[in-house]
Design a protein around this ligand. Structure first.
Ligand SMILES: C[S@@+](CC[C@H](N)C(=O)[O-])C[C@H]1O[C@@H](n2cnc3c(N)ncnc32)[C@H](O)[C@@H]1O
Length: 327
């Protein structure tokens, strides 16, 4: 029953967000009739939805007026910088649209429809996806920059979209310049972030496909949250292609929540990772891999000195660091 209530609560909050309820209430408490008029909705059943949001903790009701409650204020009000709004939007679409194919995906052994074409079909969705990732990256980037070895020369950021990690590593390493490869839609936010950081001369954004040949010779490469979106064969192949793009002595950094999380991960972390892995399997044909699996691909690609590096912040994300032999 708790799971059922959780599912109802999640879908109700996602629907309210799509309707624009949280932004409107960010301006102050309002009765249901005013909300309906401003949102262009019929008088019913909006109050039923609002009462459910009260019961689930997203809103509070005083006399006849609804206001943002502790689960929404400021988390879901985009006008107040609500950092959880893109996360709710992306997961609401994932669970509401793509997870309806979960059974078909398990039966067929592949997702019913390719994930990224689905994502980019809606400009709002791809924006929310990159905003969600950029928000998570902003939380982790200082710890990643701290844990990474000193970097100089050329950094290749494969699937680096929002560019937050490349920016942070360039800021931490003054002699580093970065090339971020991603789908054109994903680079839109990246270019805004690079401009804002004043790093346009050092961070280059290149539209491209992971399946294409990876050009150039680089001193370092990032595969951050990429291999989990691929099946084993494609993931191992990508690690090998990126390894070939490294100069002798070059370093590969893989950031992942591994399927075997660090000691100290709680029951909540384990459950979230298992659900995330199922989401990857059902929607992208990927999954979370153990550290040893990813390490074995790096070794097979000729990289050495493979290390597992914890981030100095509470997180299930960890770094795998490996090096191309110096000649
Ligand atoms: C889970 S996100 C990770 C983004 C970033 N590296 C991070 O850690 O926050 C995966 C990234 O891979 C990009 N991507 C997926 N398929 C791709 C493809 N075929 N070619 C290029 N980029 C792709 C996505 O657009 C997205 O930015």
């Amino acid at each position: 029953m708790i799971d059922l209530i959780g599912a109802m609560s999640f879908r109700t909050a996602g629907t309210a967000q799509r309707l624009g309820v949280f932004e409107l209430l960010g301006a102050g408490p309002q009765p249901a009739a005013d909300l309906a008029a401003k949102l262009g909705l019929p008088a019913e059943p909006l109050p039923v939805l609002l009462d459910a949001l009260v019961a689930f903790g997203y809103l509070v009701k005083t006399h006849d007026a609804y206001a943002l409650g502790p689960a929404a204020d400021p988390w879901l009000d985009r006008t107040a910088g609500g950092g959880f709004a893109p996360i709710l939007a992306v997961w609401h679409d994932l669970i509401g649209e793509l997870w309806t194919g979960l059974e078909a995906s398990v039966r067929a052994g592949a997702p019913p429809e390719p994930f990224y074409p689905w994502l980019v079909r809606s400009p709002d969705r791809v924006r929310d996806f990159q905003d969600m990732l950029a928000g998570l990256a902003r939380m982790l980037a200082p710890a990643v920059a701290e844990a990474a070895p000193p970097l100089t020369g050329s950094l290749l950021d494969v699937g680096g979209g929002h560019a937050v990690y490349s920016i942070a590593l360039c800021q931490a390493n003054p002699d580093l310049r970065a090339t971020v490869i991603d789908l054109p839609e994903a680079l839109r936010q990246g270019s805004v972030h690079v401009e804002r950081a004043g790093l346009a001369e050092r961070v280059q954004l290149v539209p491209g496909d992971l399946a294409d040949h990876i050009d150039g010779r680089h001193d370092a490469a990032l595969l951050f949250n990429i291999v989990h979106g691929l099946d084993r064969e494609a993931a191992a192949d990508l690690v090998a292609r990126v390894a070939r793009a490294l100069r002798p002595g070059g370093v590969l950094l893989v950031l992942e929540p591994f399927a075997d999380p660090p000691a100290g991960a709680g029951a909540h972390d384990t459950a979230l990772l298992a659900g995330f892995s199922l989401n990857l399997a059902a929607t992208q044909g990927g999954r979370l891999y153990t550290f040893d699996e990813v390490a074995s691909w790096a070794s097979a690609a000729g990289l050495t000195g493979v290390e597992r590096v914890a981030l100095g912040t509470p997180s299930t994300d960890e770094l795998l660091v490996a090096r191309q032999e110096a000649q």
